[in-house]
Each structure stands twice: as C-alpha cells, then as structure tokens.
Design a binder for this molecule. Structure first.
Ligand SMILES: [Zn+2]
Length: 278
C-alpha cells in the first residue's frame, strides 16, 4: 500500500513530465473508485488548464492547475500513475485518462479501486477533500518534533504503533514504515503511548525522518503491486529489516522476528531489540 515515500516517488515522476502540459480532456472509464467519480466535474475543473506544479501531502499527490483548482490523488491500496502516448489503448484498470498537449496521456490505474481522484478549489476551505481535513504535520517539517510527539503521546493510552499510523498526528506513515521506524528506534509497537519518554519521542522522530528519506531515495517499497510512473518497482523492499520477515532472524541480535496484529494490521518486531518493558 503506497505510503509517503511511494507518493513522493510518483509525485517526482509526474512533476518531471506534467508541469507545463495542458489538459485537453478527462475521460473516466468507471463510475466510482473509493467514492463516486464525476467525469463532468473533472472536465469542468481541468479541461483547457495548464498543470503548474505537482506536490505531495501525506500519502496524497496534489496537482495544481493554472485556474487555481487542484487535483488530489489518493492512491489507496493499489493506485498508480503512468504516462504514455494518447493513442495507446487503455489497460483494464486504467480508470481515468487525462489527455494532454503533445499527444501524451497521464493515466490513473487502480485494480482494487480503493483510491480516489478528485478536483477541488484549495481556496474554498469549507469544501476541501476529506483527505485534506485535519491532517497532521509532515514528518519532514519542524512541526513534527520530539516535543510535539511527547505532548500528544503523554495523554494517550493507545499503542504507539497506532499513534504513528494516525494521519491526524503525523501525515504519511503507513503499516510498512511504522514497523521499520519502531524497530530502528528499539521501541515495542505495543507500548502504551503514555509510557514514552521525551528521549523515546526524539528517537521516533529521528528514525521516522531517516527511514522515510532512505525509502524515497530507493524509490519506495514494493510489496505487491506498487510501481512508479516508469513502471519500476521500489528498491527499499530489500532494506526492510522487520516488515514481512516473521520467522527470520533479527539482523541485529539473531532473535526470531515476530508477527502480531495491532489494530487489525500486521505488525513485525524483534522481541529482544524491542522489549515491551525495559
Ligand atoms: Zn533483535
């Protein structure tokens, strides 16, 4: 499932090819993704505009247009983007086609259709896409500090892994990177948030930044079907130290990595490196 590094990788790929291109037409080949799709609204908002920038917020990609509208792409479980010649026949799961100047087409593909693509007016704060409401700070921003995290965790009893996955607390971390961050910080995923010290929070912030940046540098992680705009898989997969490694030896201490479930999500940790009570 695409998290911040995968969204950043796709955004960087799109930025190179899309900025300065004009959108001639939008074609929706399905009536709904995560929510109903409106070809009419997408065309009204996007047709005959020029793409001015491509950025990212949390796990979402934001495309800004010359008419002060934007497009948000939430990749859901299996969303991806691709660029190709306009005349190329759409693939089965390419649900939205943005036909551009220069006979190019930018396509949104999503086999499981948990993602969403919608246009909106960023200046109309009352009517923002759900994804942009109450989103926490970006992990690379100064707002995501040890003190910020400590002030939030000290009031909460939920498990620390659930806190890292809460997009209202910090944007962009998903299931894969939460396990990796906690392993590198030597913190057990089940620890109650309010048991963390300020130094613990400092380690969490530090390794969040390191892991996410390393993953961006590697072009993200491919577990099942994530790929970038060129169709390449993420190379961080081989650098995962605990995620997906249940039953294997910990690279640090040779203890067997354990799989547990927290909040319904698969969670991997080393019981020796990440003791519940120290
Ligand atoms: Zn270990």
């Amino acid at each position: 499932m695409p998290e911040l590094p995968e969204a950043e990788t796709i955004a960087a790929g799109l930025r190179k090819c899309l900025v300065g291109k004009k959108i001639n037409k939008v074609v929706c080949r399905t009536k709904s993704l995560r929510r109903p799709l409106s070809q009419k609204k997408l065309n009204n908002d996007c047709k005959n505009t020029t793409i001015t920038s491509v950025t990212r917020r949390g796990k979402a990609i934001i495309i800004e247009l010359s008419n002060e509208k934007s497009i948000i792409i939430q990749l859901g479980m299996t969303g991806s983007c691709r660029l190709c010649p306009t005349k190329e026949k759409p693939r089965k799961h390419e649900h939205i086609l943005f036909n551009l100047s220069g006979n190019k087409s930018w396509r949104y593909e999503d086999p499981r259709r948990f993602g969403m693509v919608e246009s909106y007016s960023p200046n109309n704060k009352e009517n923002l896409p759900i994804f942009l409401i109450n989103v926490g700070p970006e992990p690379f921003s100064n707002d995501f500090s040890a003190k910020y995290l400590f002030n939030l965790t000290k009031k909460r009893k939920s498990k620390i892994k659930e806190i890292l996955l809460n997009q209202k607390i910090v944007a962009g971390i998903g299931n894969i990177y939460a396990s990796e961050i906690l392993f590198r910080a030597k913190i057990n995923p089940s620890r109650p948030a309010n048991s963390l010290s300020l130094p613990d929070c400092r380690k969490l912030v530090k390794y969040t930044v390191i892991i996410l940046q390393d993953a961006i540098n590697a072009g993200g992680t491919t577990i099942s079907d994530y790929k970038d705009v060129n169709g390449d898989e993420g190379k961080f997969t081989r650098e995962l130290l605990v995620y997906g490694r249940a039953g294997e030896q910990c690279t640090k201490c040779k203890t067997i990595i354990v799989l547990t479930t927290i909040g319904g999500r698969s969670t991997f940790h080393c019981p020796k490196c990440q003791k519940l009570f120290t």
